[in-house]
Write a protein that binds this ligand. Structure first.
Ligand code: SAM
Length: 236
């Protein structure tokens, strides 16, 4: 991670899936503070845009220097070649399951988190990163987007999730572009709401068929586009 706010990743890397994947040796997350590569006494990493306008733009110098440090650190750790550079921007390729799978196969990712008004254009031109967006809205910085990208990527690494958390029925998983159906756990009845009888039946075939129907129904109600259908407007 190349970031101005490495502290934002502390909780993310020491809890949940990413912590477990790190402990299993499947992934490591290294934080690099772009500000350490500022060269003036104010430790500036941003400046006013040429041509005027609001806000500040991330400068080339500290970002290129940080990238060089990341490459050197990766090589010292035994990685070869170049990292796959990913720059977070609302203008990038929308993040989705196939891109996450692709990124999960990369041995080495270098993730650039922007801030302020974003990056000097020469950072894109010079480093030729894959530009990725997590959605059609603008966040104040790339760190939250980077956590989305890394969490989604780590879930795709074989062995990162335990069997109990298997992804095959998850929404948008490999089993098809559709949503997962409803889930229930104990108790059997809560405030008058009962678990569907079929889930208590022990009939595995009937349960599988029910889940299949529910997944399709839910997808049709909420995301008919995934099934190539038009939205009817009314839940079924
Ligand atoms: N001025 C930029 C524009 O209009 O495209 C937006 C800059 S945004 C305020 C600051 C930083 O947050 C970006 O450089 C990027 O790293 C991150 N960011 C904001 N929204 C994002 C999104 N939807 N996906 C990925 N990164 C995002």
């Amino acid at each position: 991670m190349l970031t101005l706010f490495p502290g934002m990743f502390e909780g993310f890397t020491t809890h949940g899936l990413v912590r477990v994947a790190r402990e299993k040796g499947l992934v490591d997350v290294c934080l690099h503070d772009v500000r350490e590569h500022a060269t003036d006494r104010h430790r500036s990493v941003d400046d006013r845009p040429y041509g005027g306008g609001p806000g500040m733009v991330l400068m080339c110098g500290p970002v290129f220097a940080c990238d060089e440090k990341v490459v050197a650190a990766g090589r010292a750790a035994g990685l070869s070649g170049e990292p796959r550079r990913v720059l977070l921007t609302p203008q990038g390729t929308p993040l989705g399951p196939s891109l996450l799978e692709e990124l999960a196969r990369e041995p080495w990712l270098s993730v650039f988190c922007g801030h302020y008004e974003g990056f000097d254009e020469r950072i894109r031109i010079g480093l030729r990163p894959l530009e990725v967006s997590i959605g059609d809205y603008v966040l104040s910085g790339g760190e939250v987007a980077a956590m989305v990208l890394i969490d989604g990527t780590v879930r795709m690494i074989p062995g990162a999730l335990g069997a109990a958390e298997a992804t095959q029925d998850d929404s948008f998983s490999r089993s098809g572009a559709r949503l997962e159906g409803p889930q229930y756990t104990r108790p059997r009845e809560f405030r008058g709401m009962r678990v569907p009888e079929v889930l208590l039946s022990g009939d595995h075939q009937a349960i599988a068929e029910w889940r299949e129907q529910q997944a399709l129904r839910r997808t049709r109600e909420r995301r008919p586009d995934l099934l190539g259908e038009e939205h009817t407007g009314e839940p079924q």
